[in-house]
Design a protein around this ligand. Structure first.
Ligand code: UT7
Length: 332
């Protein structure tokens, strides 16, 4: 096996300015701050306003910020993987649009679609390109404009989602830091419980699909919740076990931010205390592919070289998984 590992060597995030609070949602649907807070942990989320703006604009902002921070030129990048469930359009890929917007002329790029697990799957995929020696400067971007597919008359989904983007730089390292292990899973039987009914090849857009609101997220919340709690906790426990890690060995759990109760159950199962769990769901809600990089970005100053970090996610598909990595740099 190659002694090259893929390490995250930089992280950046970007969220839109507009704050959609629980109080504002109370004026839109039959809900209340108390219900949303106790059932999900969410207080507010960000919404991208403005004609003609999409996931690529947020992804490009995150990428530009990251390049600036690292003192890199966009032309240094040789691969861009964009994890998104809300691409600018069905084709071309949002990765191609971002590459053009930031001037990444030497990169090839593609989108990776794994719903809320997309960032996790993308980091694992990027790691393979790096470990093989073929690529050396890889941007993994998670970007979602969830507000573009949320029905703001559906109180079960509109309270959950928000918009945002995060970008991670992955580079090769030979000092043992970086991605140590990953477990990725999917089960298409779960597709019925969390999906968008129309707009794909099975049911292209028509007046009828628009009238019947089939271009919005359809979620059977309780069923997804049940699978998410088990899926995220099981896979996180499995990756700890096979790497002989106990809760004490873990510096940080970085969970997908879908519901605070799912996160608590996962941390509990792993034996990881609340003080080691990155949690910003209260401010951003579920930004789908941006949740994990936004957490890493906000906690970057608290991370130290060698920290054992577990990333974990669950999402539509169903898709789920976890990654065990050793943080590669002192951020302060
Ligand atoms: O990131 C991708 C994966 N997605 C997830 O992991 C999401 C998983 N699911 C969830 O997070 C939760 O299921 C929800 C937050 C979506 C819903 O929470 P819940 O505790 O499962 O609520 P429920 O669907 O069981 O509904 C309980 C009650 C119902 O009323 P009755 O039938 O008991 O009278 C709902 O109609 O709460 C009602 N309800 C609401 N009440 C106030 C549902 N949504 C709302 C609301 N405000 N926004």
């Amino acid at each position: 096996m190659s002694d090259i590992k893929a390490a995250i060597t930089g992280i950046h995030g970007w969220v839109p300015d507009y704050v959609l609070t629980n109080q504002e949602l109370e004026t839109m649907v039959d809900t209340n701050d108390e219900w949303i807070t106790t059932r999900t942990g969410i207080k507010e989320r960000r919404i991208l306003k403005g004609e003609g703006l999409g996931s690529s604009d947020m992804g490009a902002e995150a990428a530009r910020g990251l390049l600036k921070k690292k003192g890199l030129s966009a032309e240094d990048i040789d691969l861009i993987i964009c994890a998104t469930a809300t691409p600018d359009m069905i084709f071309p890929s949002t990765a191609c649009v971002i590459a053009d917007k930031i001037g990444a002329k030497n990169a090839f790029g593609f989108d990776l679609m794994a719903a809320c697990s997309g960032f996790l799957f993308s980091v694992a995929t990027a790691a393979k390109y790096i470990e093989s020696g073929s690529h050396k400067c890889v941007l993994v971007i998670g970007a979602d404009k969830m507000s573009s597919i949320v029905d703001y008359e559906d109180r079960q989904t509109c309270i959950i989602f928000g918009d945002g983007a995060g970008a991670a730089l992955l580079e090769p390292t030979k000092n043992g830091m970086g991605v140590q292990d990953s477990i990725l899973k999917s089960n298409g039987e779960g597709r019925h419980y969390l999906h968008m009914k129309a707009g794909g090849s099975v049911k292209p857009a028509s007046h009828k699909t628009v009238d019947s609101k089939e271009h919005f997220i359809h979620q059977e919340g309780q069923t997804v919740f049940k699978f998410a709690v088990k899926g995220m906790a099981d896979v996180s426990a499995e990756i700890m076990e096979r790497n002989k890690l106990t809760g004490d060995d873990i510096a940080w759990l970085v969970p997908h931010q879908a519901n605070k109760r799912i996160i608590d159950a996962t941390a509990n199962r792993m034996g990881v205390g609340k003080d080691k769990v990155m949690l910003n769901i209260q401010r951003y809600g579920n930004t789908t592919n941006a949740t994990i990089p936004l957490c890493l970005w906000e906690w970057e100053n608290q991370l130290n070289k060698g920290d054992n970090i577990i990333l974990a996610a669950f999402g539509g598909g169903f898709t789920w998984g976890s990654i065990y990595l050793k943080w590669a740099y002192d951020s302060k």
